[in-house]
Design a binder for this molecule. Structure first.
Ligand SMILES: Nc1nc2c(ncn2[C@@H]2O[C@H](COP(=O)(O)OP(=O)(O)OP(=O)(O)O)[C@@H](O)[C@H]2O)c(=O)[nH]1
Ligand SMILES: [Mg+2]
Ligand SMILES: [Zn+2]
Length: 350
């Protein structure tokens, strides 16, 4: 396999080039984007490239080269000048948090997204579910990792972990101990592109480091008072692994705001139904037999399929279960400590 194919080059991109372009230009893939230039990996190494003036002023922000884009550039020795951004196969984006709705591109031309959560910060089903919906909208296959399994785990997290393994084929790993890393390595195919996503501090850079000897991405510690990562990785960057596979490290993003689904009805998927459910007549609608239930109506008219409905109801039940059982345990814990306090007051000695 040649270097371009290892980098993810395929017929899709090949077919967008004219004969002249192939003759005169160098093809490369954007590894990282800086303020005034970007680093492009090509057949003979990597090169700092700048955008040609007409693109600099002619393209919208989201059309300018992003990590994972294929570009054509003219080689001027130390510097390359990008003259074309090739059509994108797909695009992983998220809705940036804040008042204004801004679509932020995370990576381009992606086959798999490796979603990382970890025991130290805590597993979160809803966040996982939102990310999965967004990936489906973007036509990207998910791989779910639970990192830091070397750390102690309580019953509730254990339960969620088991659920994630059963339902999403999540792989429990430990980047620091190296456990189950072979299961992840088995999933990495030469010529395919993998973007690592998840909150700051879950261990994305650590995992990428452990996939390849000699990799030395910066990693950072987690604040024990806020349980948040330090946002150690500050830019998106694409690497090519010796054993095959292209990986993209990203800065941590806690929430994965959904951009508009691209299904025809606009309703498909968990998120679509979730949105629809907000319009039900009763705010505590169970979507089973209520009058004025928008979800049931959409099932009737065929706007959502029976399967989608079943799936939605199942996930809702499961999430409710975890949330209520957590509440339950907290309340029981409080009751128990009250009983013990009273027993101590009344002179009971343990
Ligand atoms: N106990 C334990 N700690 C880990 C493991 N993997 C990573 N860590 C630690 O977790 C902290 C954060 O790891 P990073 O790799 O920087 O996390 P990240 O997801 O890249 O974070 P950002 O770059 O901020 O988004 C570091 O102190 C790592 O040493 C693991 O498997 N077990
Ligand atoms: Mg990082
Ligand atoms: Zn309803």
């Amino acid at each position: 396999m040649n270097t371009l194919n290892k980098l993810g080059w395929s017929h899709f991109f090949e077919s967008s080039l004219s004969f002249e372009e192939k003759q005169n230009m160098t093809i490369g893939r954007v590894s990282t984007v800086n303020k005034s230039n970007c680093i492009v990996i090509h057949e003979n190494g990597s090169k700092t490239c700048e955008l040609a003036g007409n693109l600099m002023f002619g393209l919208d922000e989201n059309e300018k080269p992003k990590t994972g884009d294929w570009v054509l550039f003219l080689d001027y020795g130390d510097l390359g000048i990008i003259s074309k951004v090739l059509p994108r196969y797909n695009c992983l984006s998220r809705q940036k948090s804040g008042k204004e709705i801004v679509e932020q591109i995370i990576a381009i031309n992606i086959d798999y997204a490796v979603i990382v959560q970890c025991l130290e910060i805590g597993l979160n089903l809803r966040r996982l579910e939102r990310t999965l919906v967004q990936l489906q909208n973007c036509n990207i296959e998910p791989i779910v990792l639970i990192n830091k399994t070397d750390l102690p785990i309580d019953d509730e997290q254990q339960e969620i972990m088991n659920f994630m393994i059963d339902t999403y084929q999540a792989i429990p790993i430990s980047a620091s101990h190296g456990s189950n890393l072979n299961l992840l390595k088995d999933k990495i195919i030469t010529g395919k592109s993998y973007v690592f996503i998840g909150a700051s501090g879950v261990g994305k850079s650590s995992i990428i480091n452990s996939l390849q000897e000699g990799n030395d991405l910066k990693t950072g510690t987690i604040s024990q008072s806020t349980m948040k990562g330090a946002h150690t990785t500050t830019s998106r960057e694409l690497y090519i692994l010796q054993n095959g596979g292209v990986v993209i490290d990203t800065p941590g993003t806690r929430e994965f705001g959904l951009t508009a689904p691209n299904s025809e009805s606009g309703l498909s998927g968990f998120h679509g139904i979730d949105e629809l459910a907000k319009g039900c007549k009763f705010h505590n609608c169970t979507h089973t037999n209520e009058k004025g239930c928008k979800v049931l109506k959409a099932v009737k008219t065929g706007d959502i399929s029976e399967d989608e409905y079943e799936n939605f109801m199942r996930l809702n039940r499961e999430m409710e279960h975890y949330e209520s059982s957590l509440q339950d345990r907290k309340q029981k814990g409080k009751k128990l400590s009250k009983i013990i306090k009273n027993m101590k007051k009344s002179g009971y000695k343990s």
